[in-house]
Each structure stands twice: as structure tokens, then as C-alpha cells.
Design a protein around this ligand. Structure first.
Ligand SMILES: [Ca+2]
Length: 112
């Protein structure tokens, strides 16, 4: 079990309409599918920040301009118990792992 992480802070200047399918503390007025709640990140053994079970980022991303594998080279999982916002992609660089036989590996890029 990794170390709990409460938040990541980034400062950027961007048009509201460009903030899409993201988690932003306090929300982002004018953004698209922006989640304001805690992403429930946990630190992994390799220093990455992973999504804990129950994270609102799970299956809340898009498959636009991305690849089918996450930053760690793992498959993208569509978690059966979580409703997809667009496809089974999670928000963020590291995908929450699914369970074979219950969940499915995402095999196509999907843009809303
Ligand atoms: Ca997923």
C-alpha cells in the first residue's frame, strides 16, 4: 500500500473551454466535465500517483489524443461497476487497474 497524497497543484493560464475531463480543486467554471472532488491519489512504489479505488477519475476521461496504454505501459481498464463519462479511460496518466473476468480492457480511442 502506498502513501496517501491529498492533492497536486499546478498553475496555468488557459481558456475555460480548454479545461475538459479534468479534476480541479474547487471546480472550473466554463470547463467541460470538470470534477471538483478529491481524486483519491495514492503513491506507488515507483513514485507514480495512482488512482485509489473509488476515485472520481476512474472511467471519467476521454480517449482523445492519447494512446491505449497508460504512462506505465499498462492497459486502460473499463471498470464494470463505474459508469463511463465517455469511454473507459481514466483521467490522468496512470490507469486504475481492473480485474480480468469482471472489467474489460479498452481497445479503441473514443472522442466525445
Ligand atoms: Ca478506466
Amino acid at each position: 500500500m502506498g502513501t496517501s497524497v491529498s492533492k497536486i497543484v499546478a498553475v496555468v493560464t488557459i481558456a475555460a473551454s480548454e479545461v475538459r475531463y479534468s479534476i480541479v480543486e474547487g471546480g472550473f467554471p466554463g470547463g467541460v466535465a470538470v470534477i471538483a472532488s478529491d481524486p483519491l491519489l495514492v503513491g506507488g512504489e515507483n513514485g507514480g500517483l495512482w488512482l485509489a479505488a473509488g476515485s472520481p477519475a476512474i472511467d471519467a476521461g476521454t480517449g482523445c489524443a492519447t494512446i491505449l496504454l497508460d504512462m506505465a505501459g499498462q492497459s486502460r481498464w473499463d471498470i464494470a461497476s463505474v459508469a463511463n463519462v465517455v469511454s473507459g479511460f481514466d483521467i490522468g496518466a496512470l490507469e486504475h487497474s481492473g480485474t480480468s473476468g469482471t472489467d474489460t480492457i479498452v481497445d479503441a480511442l473514443v472522442c466525445p
